[in-house]
Design a protein around this ligand. Structure first.
Ligand code: HEC
Length: 168
């Protein structure tokens, strides 16, 4: 178990997500934040309010879908505006999710959604997907971040790494 000395940085980070495309063409260093705004922020800081976002399409429009994967028994999956807009594209016109795409997943251990067990986030940056996963016990520091093989390998079979839904 990773118990990092909490970096309590409730900084007001005004969603640099949409600007992601412009922000990171340097490509220097993988594990530092790709955004120019804040070196120590986590994706979780950036996605504040994600439970108000659109739900992922298809089966995931309904809350608390039984997980097919390793992400807790029942999942809620949310997409940001970049993904929501990409989903409206004409069929066959997108070969990958645009830079700035973010998908957040809550994994619950119970079908009522009262017990969060983990939280996973993926963000499409100019140099590829950036991943984070948290145990619900400690939302201050991710247990995985960056591009861990464990995430990438299993998600490689997805639609540009997204498992729950497909590119239009
Ligand atoms: C053994 C396979 C597997 C591994 C390992 C895995 N995932 Fe997933 N992931 C899935 C599946 C399957 C889904 C589809 C939703 C569901 O059934 O839970 C998913 C969904 C997601 C989603 C919602 C978007 C999407 O792709 O559908 C996020 C975000 C996510 N995973 C993050 C992660 C992170 C971060 C890691 C690494 C710490 C990780 N996953 C490791 C199988 C996996």
């Amino acid at each position: 178990m990773l118990r990092a000395a909490a970096h309590l940085l409730p900084l007001a980070l005004f969603a640099p997500l949409v600007l992601g495309g412009a922000a990171c063409d340097g490509g220097d260093g993988d594990d530092a934040s790709g955004s120019a705004t804040a070196g120590t922020s986590t994706l979780l800081d950036e996605v504040d309010g994600y439970r108000g976002w659109a739900r992922a399409p298809g089966d995931y429009e309904t809350p608390l879908v039984p997980s097919q994967g390793v992400h807790g028994g029942f999942v809620d999956i949310y997409v940001n505006d970049v993904v929501a807009e990409a989903l409206l594209a004409e069929a066959g016109t997108l070969s990958e999710w645009p830079t700035g795409s973010v998908v957040v997943k809550d994994g619950f251990s119970d079908a009522e959604g009262s017990s969060l067990s983990l939280l996973a986030i993926m963000e499409k940056r100019a140099n590829g997907w950036y991943w984070e996963e948290y145990s619900a016990d400690d939302l201050e520091a991710p247990i995985f971040s960056g591009s861990p093989d464990i995430c990438v390998d299993c998600h490689a079979s997805g639609s540009d790494f997204v498992r729950a839904f497909k590119l239009p």
